[in-house]
Every structure is written in C-alpha cells, then in structure tokens.
Design a protein around this ligand. Structure first.
Ligand code: F6P
Length: 342
C-alpha cells in the first residue's frame, strides 16, 4: 500500500470523534491471557482518534473507589506478551447493588469520563449493561476462557487456555502410558463444557464429560474397561469443572470398581494454570482487533453493545443478547468427539 493511501486511511479513521473527550477502560471478573493487548488496543485507538484514556484498577471495585490511572501510548507499551491484566481485576459483589453502581457513576462523573470500555466475561458484561441502562455510554469486549458468550465465535483468552490444556494432556499421556493408567483431567468451565470438549477432541481423549450432556458414572467405568480390553496403554478422560456429579465423586466411584477397570485411576485438576501465561498469537490479534473496534465504536457514539468476532470480522451485538444466556455447545463437535474417541 502506498504512503498516500495509508495517510488517507488514518485520516479517515480520525475524521470522527465528536462528543467524547475522555474514556475509561477496565478489566473485570476472572482474568485470562490477552487482556493486556486489549487494553493496549483500546488506549492506542482512542488516542489515535484524539480521545484521552484512563485505566480503572481492579475492575468495578476500582470504579466504585475511584482508582484510576492515566494511560498514554507509553503506559501500554511492552505489555503484549504478558498474561493477566496490568490494571488488575476483581469479582465485585458491591457492583451488583444499586448503591454500588451509583457510586461507580459518581466516580465517572467526578473524573469527567464520557464513556467506558468493559473487558470481561458474562458477569462483567451484565454490569456494563446495567451502566448503559443508567444512561452511561458503555461498550463491552468478550474476554473469558470459558467461551460461553453469545455474539462472538470466540472470546479473548480461549485460544491460549486451550493450548495450555493441550500441553498438559500431552504430558499426562506420557506418564499415563508408561504406567498404564487412566487419568481424569479436570478443566475449567463452571457452566459450559467448551474447553473440555475442544481440548478433548484436539488432545485425542478417550472420553469428554461436560455439563451439557448427561453421562452416568457407570458409562464412564464401561469406557475405561473397554479401553483397557482394546489394549490401549492409557485412557484419558477430560472432565469440565461443571460436569455433575463432579470429578471427586467420579474418582471415588471408579476406585471402588478398580479391579474390573484394568487401569489404575489418577486425577489432575488443571485449575488456574489455564488462566495464566503468555497470550498466543491468535489471542493477541483478536484482542487488538476487538479492543480497537470497541474504542472506535464507543467514540462513534455506540453504547450498550459488545464488540465480538464473527466470520473473520469484528461485529457488534446488543449487550442484552450477549448476556441473555450461556452460548450453546456445538453438538457437531460433540458428535465428532464420539467418533474420534473410538
Ligand atoms: O469464569 C471463568 C472461570 O475461569 C470459570 O471457568 C471458573 O469456574 C472460574 O472462572 C473460577 O473463578 P475464580 O478465579 O474466581 O475462582
């Protein structure tokens, strides 16, 4: 692309921007890889459009307490490759109350902030919707490793978390095969089995247990026994945190039938390892595109929307729709898992 064309595009981008002089950005709820690149993108796009930016520390809690920091281009340099969020985050029960939200509005007014970008999962985006309903301009960005938000094919953090789980599955397979053991590997996903299902398919697991599909403990025992009889050296079962009756109950049950199963049983709970780490290339790109698009949308005058990623581009969805219910699991992927597990 020629220099003149590049200048034209950049001028086009900065040709709008009217009312907004100063916006804020915050990360809220459970953290995940890619939050830093997203804060950076919001900041740099806003500054490019001539708008000042402040970062709110510790999510909605910082908004209630007025903990903010000025962000310039320099303040967000060198953070692309870092997991977590340099602004900090929190789960904030106070924000669920009318009083908490009014305090947050007071902070926004006192600091002359004209609009807010909220980066986070379902709870955080529900908070964003409440602020919008109170008349304050807000745009949301989906960021949660659970991948359970409507209006986006994928949320920030999912790709890195999946790669972390895959790394763990590969390592566990090594030791499982050496000892001829069956392993239950528990992934995060309180209400949604996406991480377990996707990592199970990509990691070649023998079985995946997710909250959306009912499978009894007897059926699990049968799969383990069959896998042993087929002569496999290991049996890997991925269990989503939200699967009922839960991994601990399953371990106890399987241990009580140990003689019939062939394999010894072991459990690995991956826990918060899944939420940390350097964001993948995919997450950095996604976070940059969504963060920039969110800042642009807010400055253009949009509010009450989430900027998500669909069919290879940034699209807006009303926050009401985005948080109305948990995104449904892809049953095609579930069926494929069944075929591949055999
Ligand atoms: O919502 C994202 C998530 O990672 C869930 O899958 C998990 O249940 C939860 O966060 C854990 O939250 P916390 O870090 O507050 O224990």
């Amino acid at each position: 692309m020629g220099r003149a064309r590049r200048r034209e595009i950049l001028q086009g981008l900065s040709a709008f921007g009217g009312e907004m002089k100063r916006i804020a950005v915050l990360t809220s709820g459970g953290d995940g890889p890619g939050l830093n690149p997203c804060i950076r993108a919001v900041t740099r796009m806003a500054i490019h459009l001539g708008v000042e930016v402040v970062g709110v520390r510790r999510g909605y809690l910082g908004l209630i307490n007025g903990e903010v920091v000025d962000l310039d281009r320099r303040a967000v340099s060198g953070i692309m490759g870092h997991g977590g969020t340099f602004l900090g985050t929190a789960r904030c029960p106070e924000f669920l109350t009318e009083k908490g939200r009014r305090e947050a509005l007071r902070t926004l007014n006192r600091l002359d902030i004209d609009g807010l970008v909220v980066i986070g999962g379902n709870g955080s985006l529900t908070g964003a919707l409440e602020l919008h309903r109170m008349g304050f301009p807000v745009v949301g960005v989906p960021a949660t490793i659970d991948n359970d938000i409507n209006g986006t094919d994928i949320a920030i953090g999912v790709d890195t978390a999946l790669n972390t789980i895959l790394d763990a599955i590969d390592r566990i397979k090594d030791t499982a095969s050496s000892h001829n053991r069956a392993f239950l590997i528990e992934t995060m996903g309180r209400d949604c089995g996406y991480l377990a299902l996707a990592s199970g398919v990509a990691g070649g697991a023998e079985l995946v247990l997710i909250p959306e599909v009912e499978i009894t403990m007897e059926e699990v025992a049968r799969v383990i026994g069959d896998t042993y009889v087929r002569g496999k050296a290991h049996c890997i079962i991925i269990v989503a945190e939200g699967w009922k009756p839960g991994t601990r109950a399953l371990v106890d049950y399987l241990n009580s039938r140990h003689e019939e199963l062939g394999f010894e049983i072991r459990l690995t709970v991956l826990g918060h390892i899944q939420r940390g780490g350097r964001p993948s290339a995919f997450d950095r790109l996604l976070a940059t595109r969504l963060g920039a698009a969110a800042a642009e949308a807010l400055i253009r005058g949009k509010s009450g929307v989430m900027v998500g990623w669909r069919h290879d581009r940034a699209v807006t969805t009303p926050l009401e729709e985005a948080v109305a219910f948990c995104k449904e699991i892809n049953m095609e992927l579930w069926k494929l898992a069944l075929v591949m597990e055999k």
